[in-house]
Design a protein around this ligand. Structure first.
Ligand SMILES: C[S@@+](CC[C@H](N)C(=O)[O-])C[C@H]1O[C@@H](n2cnc3c(N)ncnc32)[C@H](O)[C@@H]1O
Length: 292
């Protein structure tokens, strides 16, 4: 096995192990700020085709929904992005005229997001909040602290010590019949990739521990079935589910169509919505509306 693959697979395995541990060990966990790895994250996740695929699928899913909702309501939407990172999609939505609140625990990530927003040659309605999302309610101004039409929560769940708690936060801040755009790491992709790569030792050896300090592999992934249970328990109805990177990461040999990045994005967009491929995405994106 290639060393990079071994490290990635090992740290993913460790992560899944950790997610199976008891609630007692959950109490020693903490949320993972990306302050120390902001540059690394920007380069590794958004510096190439992986990021292009991620943004293409999310933009398609979200903009189709927001365009229709804004039309139905006859007004711009109020949108919150928690754990926003570089906040590309939230900034796009502000550019489209919506009122946006952007949050991240990491000042370095918010600095990068602000620099991206500053590149845009028009006045955007964006409020920035550097704090854990858990402290956000106390920091919002009266104007900002109305309920939101849409909350974006992308690739945050798997970095939280208590991922389920974020559902209560959504309950408090989403307006009745508002929508949630929840994107999260899919642990099933770990098993499938290691089956393809022949890393059976990692699938067998649940005790393997790897150095995870700079890894962008999530600490506490949550299985799709669990997320779906949470959504049902909190009275959501899924309106759309897509997979992100449903084949790109699985191809050991990048040949044929893989040599054309535009073609890869086009095929990822197509298969992201098709059964059964979408459920193998490295990340899953669920858009759901709250029924009460
Ligand atoms: C994997 S990045 C995802 C960034 C962005 N949403 C995206 O999809 O590209 C996770 C982000 O969550 C932030 N984060 C971690 N714990 C947080 C918390 N409790 N409240 C707010 N942000 C948090 C990290 O600093 C990091 O920027």
């Amino acid at each position: 096995m290639h060393t990079d693959d071994k490290n990635i697979a090992a740290s993913e395995h460790q992560s899944i192990d950790q997610s199976l541990q008891t609630t007692e060990s959950e109490s020693t966990r903490s949320d993972r700020s990306f302050d120390a790895i902001a540059d690394h994250f920007e380069k590794k996740v958004y510096g190439g085709l992986k990021g292009d695929i991620r943004l293409a699928v999310l933009r398609r899913d979200i903009f189709e929904y927001t365009t229709q909702l804004s039309k139905d309501l006859g007004r711009p939407l109020r949108i919150l992005d928690v754990g926003a990172g570089l906040a590309q999609i939230a900034i796009d939505l502000a550019t489209q005229g919506h009122e946006v609140v952007i949050n991240d625990i990491s000042a370095n990530m918010i600095d990068k997001a602000k620099a991206n927003a500053d590149q845009i040659d028009e006045t955007l309605d964006i409020a920035w909040h550097i704090c854990p999302y858990q402290e956000l309610a106390a920091r919002l101004t009266t104007k900002e602290n109305q309920k939101f039409d849409l909350i974006l929560c992308h690739a945050l769940l798997e970095w939280l010590a208590e991922p389920a708690a974020v559902m209560d936060f959504f309950d408090q801040h989403l307006r009745s019949h508002g929508a949630l755009s929840l994107c999260f790491y899919n642990p099933a992709s770990f098993d499938y990739r290691n089956l393809i790569m022949g890393n059976f030792n990692l699938l067998d050896n649940t005790d393997y521990k790897a150095d995870n300090k700079k890894s962008l592999t999530p600490n506490h992934p949550v299985a799709r079935e669990k997320v779906e249970c949470w959504l049902v328990a909190h009275h959501y109805q899924t309106v759309r589910a897509s997979g992100l990177r449903v084949f790109h990461d699985y191809a050991p040999l990048k040949r044929g169509g893989h040599n054309d990045p535009d073609a890869v994005v086009r095929m990822e967009l197509r298969y992201s919505q098709l059964e059964p491929y979408k459920w193998l995405g490295r990340y899953l994106h669920i858009m759901a509306t709250r029924q009460s």
